[in-house]
Ligand binder design. Structure first.
Ligand SMILES: Nc1nc2c(ncn2[C@@H]2O[C@H](COP(=O)(O)OP(=O)(O)OP(=O)(O)O)[C@@H](O)[C@H]2O)c(=O)[nH]1
Length: 295
């Protein structure tokens, strides 16, 4: 069975109940003929529906035996054949077997319908789970589990609608390429996961963390209290001390404020944080060069 039958269920129940009632209740001859024709039409109508091959066989059997009963009943009306022993014995029996088979088919149809609805519900639940998983994958980075660049831009839209403000921290790992080159890509991946965990551990309450590129992260912090960020940066440097030393990398951070006036253009906020980050990187490099020259 490939699709749900279009046969109106209530009409079928109504017709079957009527036929059952009249089949077993003694009635006038002409009324019996009408009911017989109705029953045959109903079986023929059901045969036209897509209930599957097995059901078609049962319906054909019902149609055959009920049809034989009707023919026997009609032959019984011919004066020459009146009270013929074979007709007397067969007409009612065939008709009742036909009605019985039809009831059997009907119960089977209801069962099929329920199974089909259960299957459909299972498929719908599976499709919903798959949809949720796809949208999770679309907004998350597989490696670190952090939200990705697409999610960041969605967040900008949400923050613009809610008139939010705060500080965006743009974080870039320095020298990350040499980790891949010296230790291999697998260790590079592990380092990215470690840094992601350290960001999650240290980020101020209410922050959202994103991985927006190879070794680039963004932290959105919903407050504008500057001292609070410097505390966080110190904490991040402290937490990552061992990781940075063992892989010979460093972390550069650039800050840029976001507020309702600039949230509609996230690229400007990112570019501003990026510039601040490069400035910090250059200052730190100059600092380390002058420190080395004193040694
Ligand atoms: N292991 C790993 N490496 C990645 C991934 N995505 C990008 N990369 C690599 O990360 C490196 C990033 O390049 P850069 O930003 O130039 O590396 P860098 O040495 O940190 O450069 P600076 O930021 O200028 O110090 C490239 O070599 C990419 O191949 C990833 O998912 N896993």
């Amino acid at each position: 069975m490939n699709n749900i039958s279009q046969l109106p269920m209530r009409l079928t129940i109504f017709a079957c109940t009527g036929i059952l009632l009249f089949a077993f209740v003694a009635s006038s001859e002409s009324f019996e003929i009408v009911i017989s024709i109705l029953t045959l039409s109903l079986i023929a109508m059901l045969l036209g529906e897509d209930f599957g091959e097995e059901m078609k066989l049962w319906l054909l059997l019902a149609l055959g035996s009920y049809g034989l009963g009707v023919i026997a009943d009609l032959l019984d009306e011919i004066p020459e054949l009146d009270n013929h022993w074979l007709l007397n014995k067969t007409d009612d029996a065939f008709m009742q077997i036909g009605v019985f088979l039809m009831c059997f088919c009907f119960i089977k149809m209801l069962h099929q319908r329920r199974t089909l609805i259960d299957d459909l519900n299972t498929q719908i639940a599976k499709a919903r789970t798959l949809g949720r998983e796809l949208s999770r994958q679309a907004l998350h980075d597989d490696l670190t589990g952090l939200q990705n660049r697409r999610a960041l831009f969605r967040q900008f839209d949400k923050m613009a609608i809610n008139l939010q403000h705060g500080i965006l921290a743009y974080i870039d790992l320095d020298n990350f390429k040499q980790v891949n080159d010296s230790y291999g890509h697998k260790h590079g991946d592990e380092l990215l996961v470690t840094i992601a965990r350290q960001l999650i551990r240290t980020a101020p309450k209410g922050s959202q963390i994103f991985r927006i590129g190879g070794d680039e992260f963004v932290v959105l912090m919903p407050s504008e209290d500057q001292s609070f960020y410097h505390e966080w940066i110190d904490k991040l440097y402290e937490t990552t001390t061992d990781t940075r030393a063992s892989f010979n990398i460093d972390i550069s951070i650039g800050l840029a404020p976001y507020y309702p006036g600039n949230l509609s253009d996230p690229d400007i906020i990112l570019a501003r944080a990026d510039r601040a980050m490069y400035k910090e990187k250059i200052t730190r490099n100059q600092q380390s060069r002058s420190d080395n020259s004193y040694k």
